[in-house]
Design a protein around this ligand. Structure first.
Ligand code: FAD
Ligand code: DLZ
Ligand code: SF4
Length: 522
């Protein structure tokens, strides 16, 4: 039976389920660069270049192996611009007996696929994506009957199931989680290692030029593009991380430092999320380093927990809860996204630095995303759909299955606590403790209100006051509410007045700069 196998831009794995049983000579792979995918949010230029370059290299590797690949380039004049349109054209060209595809990572695309069999008049087989360590069915079985989902319990189950960092049926080191050791500030004199970047070859250079010409209005720098776009280079990047940065990953996992965009983080999420690397091999590389005495347990456990725990957990939540998940707005957040998320033009140094790093690298590490840009969106009550579209656009690793639970659930608490037990709300003191951003800032984190006060301070307390009905009974919020109740009515009134002034200032037209604002919703 002649089969057309459609491979999407985040499915660049030779072991992809859609390729099981592929017969060279009879079957054919289809890969398509389509305008709909490049613009459904205004992706960072580096993200588009990364995905298209990796797609072209993957197609080339399949061809070298002897597979037939029909590859439609973005600038092909006949390109219809959508997965559905390109699949229909390919079916007309090749007249297959059936189509096979691996389920996509986004609900939006999964819905498109529902119509394909009927529209094409052909059987369309949608196979499970088995590149994850927990299948959707296994996650649903784990979640079934639980009152609340908590990552830590899921993670322990995954450790037992995979045997990662296990010894005699218990966790290596006698403890499941070493997080308490992983909250150090970056001290003076500790310098993060330079990161491995990859000079573009001819194929990548062509893509970079295409992106520069066609997506000029999109956010982000393209110069110095250095992401790996092949599996071999992604494996090199992983090995370099394990050797150079993993040993101190744990200690400085929560740290932030100006001018140090990567610290000791792995920079492997883009590779994992498009399939150049697989989660099991990444976890095993870290475990092997631990067992060889090359990295300490707090680093290796902390790293493996992010992948085996968080990454699998958010994917499980996404598929369990969509499509309703994206629609919730538990804190009734209704403020437009401030312009500085795109321009970086703000005198809040932590935010300006996080946006600058994002623009330069299509990357920011987890604490910048959660405790700076995410925290501000939470405290200011930014509309979920707008801040989510921003995160989906600006990071090279952003796909909705992983971006949405992290933003909607973890960062802005729009799911009302389904994913995490309390909002990650913080005042300037947290950012000051974990970073060196505050020193050169126009504001002072120690000033609570009035001249020079860090805006995160009144915003934090104002957030608690505004949301008392929703959060006041949460036992994990008892302490901040007790502190709030100790404030005098006059101080509370000052906080409210100053927070209102900051929030009103955000929306002031004077903030808008003459840069073309990306059209968020395509
Ligand atoms: P490291 O810090 O070195 O961690 C190692 C790996 O663990 C990562 O590569 C990633 O695969 C995994 N990981 C770590 N934290 C998480 C997490 N919370 N959820 C899922 N996987 C995790 N991650 C994405 O891959 N895509 C996104 O679109 C995305 N959006 C986010 C949005 C917000 C608001 C927040 C708070 C977090 C988001 N994350 C996202 C999670 C996390 O920030 C990134 O995975 C991480 O920064 C990637 O960089 P790294 O490879 O250097 O990670
Ligand atoms: C993100 C992206 C971009 C920018 N471009 C393409 C593309 O041209 N062709 C393609 O197959 N995939 C692309 N992708 C990735 C898809 O958006 C992704 O596969 C879906 O969102 C499903 O997860
Ligand atoms: Fe950010 Fe406040 Fe520190 Fe400035 S003082 S860097 S706004 S936390």
């Amino acid at each position: 039976m002649k089969t057309l196998v459609l491979i999407l831009g985040d499915q660049l794995s030779r072991d992809l389920s859609a390729l099981d049983g592929f017969e060279p000579g009879r079957d054919l792979v289809l890969m398509v660069e389509v305008a709909e995918e490049t613009t459904y949010v205004p992706h960072h230029k580096q993200k588009i270049a990364f995905i298209l370059a990796a797609m072209r290299h993957f197609a080339q590797a399949l061809r070298e192996e002897g597979l037939s690949v029909d590859y439609v380039a973005l600038d092909d004049p006949a390109n219809t611009g959508s997965f559905s349109g390109e699949l229909a054209r390919a079916v007309a060209r090749h007249r297959p007996d059936r189509v096979i595809v691996t389920e996509p990572g986004e609900w939006r695309v999964r819905r498109m696929m529902d119509d394909w069999a009927q529209d094409l008049g052909l059987p369309v087989e949608i196979r499970d994506d088995d590149r994850f360590l927990c299948s959707r069915a296994e996650f649903a079985a784990w979640a079934d009957g639980r009152k609340s989902y908590r990552m830590e319990f899921f993670y322990r189950e995954m450790r037992r199931r995979t045997g990662l960092l296990m010894e005699d049926d218990g966790p290596v080191g006698g403890q499941w989680n070493f997080d308490a050791e992983n909250r150090k500030r970056l001290p003076a004199g500790v310098t993060p290692p330079p990161r491995l970047r990859f000079a573009p070859d001819g194929v990548t250079t062509e893509v970079v030029e295409l992106v520069a010409a066609r997506f000029d209005g999109h956010f982000g720098d393209l110069d110095g593009f250095g992401w790996a776009v092949t599996r071999d280079d992604a494996l090199r990047a992983l090995a370099h991380f394990v050797e150079q940065a993993l040993p101190r990953f744990g200690d400085y996992q929560d740290a932030m430092a100006e001018g140090e965009a990567f610290l000791f983080h792995a920079l492997v999420s883009p590779y994992l999320n498009i399939g150049l690397l697989l989660p099991r091999e990444v976890c095993l590389a870290a475990e092997t380093a631990y067992r060889a005495g090359k990295a300490p347990l707090n680093a290796v456990e902390g790293f493996i927990r992010q992948i085996l725990g968080w990454r699998e957990y958010v994917r499980g939540i996404y598929w369990l809860e969509m499509p309703g998940y994206a629609q919730t707005n538990a804190l009734d957040a209704d403020r437009p996204l401030p312009w500085f998320y795109w321009s970086g033009e703000t005198d809040m140094n932590c935010l300006a630095s996080a946006v600058a790093d994002t623009r330069r690298n299509a990357y920011a590490h987890h604490i910048q995303r959660l405790m700076v840009t995410g925290n501000f969106a939470l405290l200011a009550g930014i509309r979920p759909a707008e801040i989510e579209a921003w995160y989906l656009a600006v990071y090279a690793d952003a796909f909705e299955w992983v971006e949405l639970p992290n933003t909607h659930g973890m960062a802005i608490f729009a799911d009302g606590g389904l994913l995490g037990s309390k909002p990650y709300a913080a005042s300037g003191a947290y950012i000051d403790r974990m970073s060196d951003y505050c020193g050169p800032c126009a504001y002072d984190p120690k000033i609570k209100t009035g001249e020079g006060a860090c805006p995160f301070n009144p915003l934090y307390w104002d957030f608690l006051i505004r949301n008392r009905d929703r959060l006041g009974n949460n036992p994990r919020m008892a302490m901040p509410y007790r502190n709030l109740d100790r404030m005098t009515p006059a101080h509370v009134a000052t906080i409210r007045r100053e927070a209102a002034a900051i929030l009103d200032g955000l929306d002031a037209p004077a903030q808008a700069k003459p840069i073309k604002q990306p059209d968020l919703f395509g």
